[in-house]
Design a binder for this molecule. Sequence first.
Ligand SMILES: *Cc1c(COP(=O)(O)O)cnc(C)c1O
Length: 467
Amino acid sequence: MQKIRIDMGASVDAMTFSSDRAAKYLSSISSRKVAPSNDAIGMLTKLHESLPDEPSDPLETIALLDEVGSPATMATAAGRFFGLVVGGSLPASLGARVLCAAWDQLVTTDKTSPIGFELEKISTRWVLDILNLPRACSVGFLSGSTMGNFMCIAAARHQLLERNGWDVERQGLFDAPKVHIVASEEIHVTVKKVLSMLGLGTDNIDYVKCDADGAMLINELPVLTSSSLVLTQAGNVNSGACDPIGEISDIANEVGAWVHVDGAFGLWAAASESKRHLLNGFNKASSWVTDGHKWLNTPYDCGIAICKYPLAVHAAMSTVAPYLIAGSDISPKDMVPELSRSARAAEVWAALRSLGRAGVEDLINRCCRYAEMMSVELDALGFTILNDVALNQVVATIAQQSDKIDLLVSHVNASGDAWFGPTHWRGQSAFRISFSSWVTTDNDVAITIASIKRAVQELGITLKPRS
Ligand SMILES: *Cc1c(COP(=O)(O)O)cnc(C)c1O
């Protein structure tokens, strides 16, 4: 006996029903508290049922997810979530995601999804154009900057070892020649994780000292060789600082070393006339990583990995098996770690098409302006700003009372007015406010500042305001 409804009408109903619920969720998200209430979190126990024996109405499952799940979300889709350097989802990207969910496309080759493949090609062109990177680079769309770092560093590993007569994909790393790994002492944790995953390890890192803002000091760069891999970043996760990538690349390119740039959010400075100078010469590097889901405001999860040496990427990433249909062009599946993957480029395409060059630039500039506004206000209140607020990040502390940071952060977060996190910056306890969302407004910044002021009063923190 057939127990479930088997016709496309069931999917049509599910799509209509969930789109309607999703739209209601979004229409009230801005007036809601940013963090979910404890009650809402408590209600999650309702989901802990035992695995059902029998099928049920799909709409009933969606309704349960909405009723219990929606109140227990963090309101990252709205304008006052300032943690983790992540943005919301642009309307066009969100819509593209919904359509893609219905399409159910698998973008392994141009044969499995002509539209998914074409969107990758167009997005590739547009990403290289807006970031002004060499047009012959390969671009892979993957789950985030972690996997992007993985892809690029795997390609680097291939190229640096190949020139020493070693085929790492075939021979592995036992007995392999050494790769000289040079990294900023401020390198992101995911880059270290990637070094571990790729068998390169973290003990061998030749760390380069940074200035007070967290940018690599060029004079501290060790002697590079044709076996060196230099791991730089555009946009320190705390301060937003960018390494002197152009200068490092000039030195590296003389000897054939590989320079990789982790620009999970900061690479987008390249799309802004007034911020581009922070990345001076960055296009002379060998590989770059950025996220769609951070500053470009596509939905999760979407990372973008760019490489000047497509053949090295292919050597490190290709998957060949008799059952895998060969495409008539280079297959996406052979240029990223994942075999089965969604049509992520659709969301990048939709973001770039709907914003255009000017819209992306405005998004970047607006976020930077909010960071500037926030730092000026915090400074006036008597907080100490610890970073050079050149990008979208503000790192602040309370002089002589850094033990109050956690209290302050929890107080604001519990108020539901805004959400941001504590951090440690160059040996000091601090808090960090990141502006990365298209939907944040001047008013959201004002609400957040008012909430911080209130928390200071209610907690009896004494600041020395500037007169
Ligand atoms: C967020 C971030 C990453 C990791 O990116 P995911 O998309 O979360 O995998 C890497 N580097 C930096 C500088 C980041 O900010």
